[in-house]
Design a protein around this ligand. Sequence first.
Ligand SMILES: NC(=O)c1ccc[n+]([C@@H]2O[C@H](COP(=O)([O-])OP(=O)(O)OC[C@H]3O[C@@H](n4cnc5c(N)ncnc54)[C@H](OP(=O)(O)O)[C@@H]3O)[C@@H](O)[C@H]2O)c1
Length: 244
Amino acid sequence: MAHRVITGKNVVVTGSNRGLGLQFVKQFLSKGNSVVATARNLEKAVELQRLAQEHAGRLTIASLDVSDPASIEKLPSQVPWDRVDVLINNAGVAGSFRSLEDTNSDVMMDTFRTNTVGPLLVCQALLSSGKLGAPQSAEGAGATIVANVTSKMGSIDDNGSGGSYAYRASKCALNIVTKSLSIDLKDLGIDTILLHPGWVMTDMTSGRGLIDDVTSVKGMISVLEDQPELNGKWFDYKHEAIPW
Ligand SMILES: NC(=O)c1ccc[n+]([C@@H]2O[C@H](COP(=O)([O-])OP(=O)(O)OC[C@H]3O[C@@H](n4cnc5c(N)ncnc54)[C@H](OP(=O)(O)O)[C@@H]3O)[C@@H](O)[C@H]2O)c1
């Protein structure tokens, strides 16, 4: 049963020129929402440009590099509404799945900057612009949702194979950031949640995986719509709770 239907809402999706982000944009548009789709390189975001023509007035393409605080500061002014109802922090990098011997300071810090610091600063920028959470979300508008796309590889409990230091650590850190946001933003009417997409065939996995992007995103959106409680939770695309 749907506890909240995501239609007619204002949705921001980061890293949406390809992969899961692009699929989030397509599915939110087809459900009748208005979307801000962000990309690092607007010229290369050809599919988003095509979608913007197809859905005239409902899709805004915004420039955003989540590893660059100056770029993040410019995001709120590119959002054409007073209120963001759903923020999907999707942009992420694999950080190269390196062995212990190959891991170095640069790959650790670069991955952390994009996967952990980026989502936090995006949230912070939209909050301080007044576009995320109260007072806009008071009066029957329903809770705002901040969904951070993490990975089961960031689960301490689930780590049975080691390695992937940069990626695992950056997603694990995103998880604790998300937990704090779920506490700090609760009184602003914001539900903050972690989503694990499954192992999905995208560029990040070099086309390997168990499911396609359509299945993964359909599942993650159904989590946002159908789970009775979102705040501080962590689910995968099949609604399974993930151990932290
Ligand atoms: N695929 C999976 O199996 C899987 C599993 C678990 C979690 N995830 C997570 O799901 C999310 C999406 O992954 P995906 O599989 O769709 O990966 P993908 O195909 O590699 O796409 C990644 C997206 O993030 C963007 N991005 C990367 N660095 C960025 C930055 N600094 N600023 C702004 N955008 C940036 C990319 O933009 P550019 O085109 O400019 O590089 C691209 O749009 C990631 O957070 C990933 O960790 C994926």
